[in-house]
Design a protein around this ligand. Structure first.
Ligand code: TXA
Ligand code: MG
Length: 314
C-alpha cells in the first residue's frame, strides 16, 4: 500500500502495524512531517535513507512519546532532564551521549557515539509512537536537499510511493524544524535554530548557549559532533583480495571466502543496514589486525556507504 490516509484511529493503528513490520510511515509532527521507521530495525532505517536519496548517513532524530523515556534511551544529564520537563512535548531536540552500544541503533546514530532525541507535540505522532511500541526514527519527509514538508500532499509530491503510508493530520502548526541542542559538551551548543529560541533555552538553563558555526564537522565547541568514530584498525577499501592479516568484508556473491559479507546477494539496502554493526564487530575481532572491504557500487544507497567507508579508511 502507499498514498495519503486520513489520520483517524483505524489508520493510525494500521500505520503502527506497518512500523512494527519494518515499513516506512510519514506522519505529522507540530514542526514538519517526518518519515518514520522503527529505530531498532536497521533494514527499515536504511529504507529511510534510500527513500530520501541522501548521499550520506546523517544521524536521525529518534522520536519518543513519553518525556520520561528519555533516560532509558540516552545518557541524559540534569540539563537534558530539566529542559525536557520544561519544553516537551515540543520542538526541541537533544543530542546526547548514547546510553549503550546497541548495534541495532548504529545506523540511526550514523555510527556516532551520540543519539538525537525529541518528544513531538502532535497527537497523531504521539499516538503512532505509542501504538508502535518503539521510538520512531524520522528525518523530515522530503527528498534530500529539498524543503521540509508541512502537509501530507507535500510529502507525496516529494517522496511519492517510496513511503508505505502517509498519515494526513493537516498542516503543521510550527512549520519549521525543531531546535537542535547539543548537550554532549559542558556548554550547550545550538546546532539548528527552530521552534524553541536560544533565548528561551538560555533563560531556562541560566547560562549562555553557544552557536555552532554551521559546519557540523567543525563545531565551534570541542564536541566534534559529526566526527565519526573510525575503526581503530586500518581499513582498505575497494579491495578484491585479501592481504596479510586482513579481515575481509565482501559485498555480493563473489566473496564466498570472506569473513563477513555486507550482502551476499548484492543488495545495497541490506548492506547499509549491516554496515556499522559489521565494522564495529570486525574492529573488535582479535584474530585480525587490519580490515579490507570489497568495492561498493556508486548508486542508490551505495553513495552513502561509500561516503562513510571513505571516512573510515582515512
Ligand atoms: O522538526 C524536526 O526536527 C523534524 C521532525 C520530523 O521531527 N525532523 C527533522 O529531521 O528535521 P532531519 O533529519 O531532517 O534533521 C535533523 C538534523 C540533520 O541535519 C542531522 O544531521 C542533525 O539534525 N543531527 C541529528 N543528529 C545529530 C547529531 N548527533 N549530531 C549532529 N547533528 C545531528
Ligand atoms: Mg531535513
Amino acid at each position: 500500500m502507499s498514498g495519503i490516509f486520513k489520520a483517524d484511529e483505524a489508520n493510525i493503528c494500521q500505520a503502527a502495524e506497518l512500523i512494527k513490520g519494518g515499513k516506512l510511515v510519514a506522519f505529522p509532527t507540530e514542526t514538519v512531517y517526518g518519515l518514520g521507521a522503527n529505530v531498532y530495525d536497521a533494514h527499515a532505517v536504511a529504507g529511510i535513507f534510500a527513500a530520501k536519496g541522501r548521499p550520506s548517513f546523517n544521524p536521525l532524530i529518534s522520536h519518543i512519546a513519553e518525556p520520561s523515556q528519555l533516560a532509558e534511551y540516552a545518557r541524559a544529564d540534569e540539563r537534558a532532564l530539566f529542559l525536557a520537563k520544561k519544553f516537551w512535548p515540543g520542538p526541541l531536540t537533544f543530542v546526547l551521549p548514547r546510553l549503550d552500544e546497541n548495534p541495532a541503533l548504529d545506523l540511526v546514530c550514523a555510527g556516532l557515539k551520540t543519539i538525537t532525541v525529541r518528544c513531538p507535540k502532535h497527537p497523531v505522532a504521539l499516538e503512532l509512537i505509542r501504538q508502535s511500541g518503539v521510538p520512531i526514527a524520522a528525518p523530515s519527509a522530503n527528498r534530500s536537499q529539498t524543503i521540509s514538508p508541512t502537509t501530507a500532499e507535500a510529502v507525496y509530491e516529494s517522496l511519492g510511493d517510496n513511503v508505505d503510508m502517509i498519515l494526513d493530520g493537516g498542516a503543521c502548526e510550527v512549520g519549521v524544524e525543531s531546535t537542535i541542542l547539543d548537550l554532549t559538551t559542558s556548554q550547550a551548543v545550538l546546532l539548528r535554530a527552530g521552534g524553541i529560541t536560544k533565548e528561551e533555552l538560555e533563560e531556562a538553563l541560566n547560562e549562555p548557549v553557544a552557536i555552532s558555526d554551521g559546519n557540523p564537522n567543525r563545531p565551534t565547541s570541542p564536541g566534534q559532533l559529526l566526527k565519526h568514530y573510525a575503526p581503530s584498525k586500518k581499513l582498505r577499501i575497494n579491495a578484491t583480495e585479501r592481504q596479510d592479516g586482513e579481515l575481509f568484508i565482501g559485498f555480493g556473491p563473489e566473496y564466498p571466502w570472506a569473513e563477513m559479507n555486507l550482502s551476499p546477494k548484492g543488495d545495497l539496502r541490506e548492506a547499509a543496514a549491516h554496515l556499522f554493526a559489521y565494522m564495529r564487530e570486525a574492529d573488535k575481532n582479535p584474530n585480525f589486525s587490519r580490515l579490507a572491504m570489497a568495492p561498493i557500487p556508486f548508486e542508490g544507497l551505495g553513495l552513502a556507504i561509500n561516503d562513510r567507508i571513505k571516512r573510515a579508511a582515512r
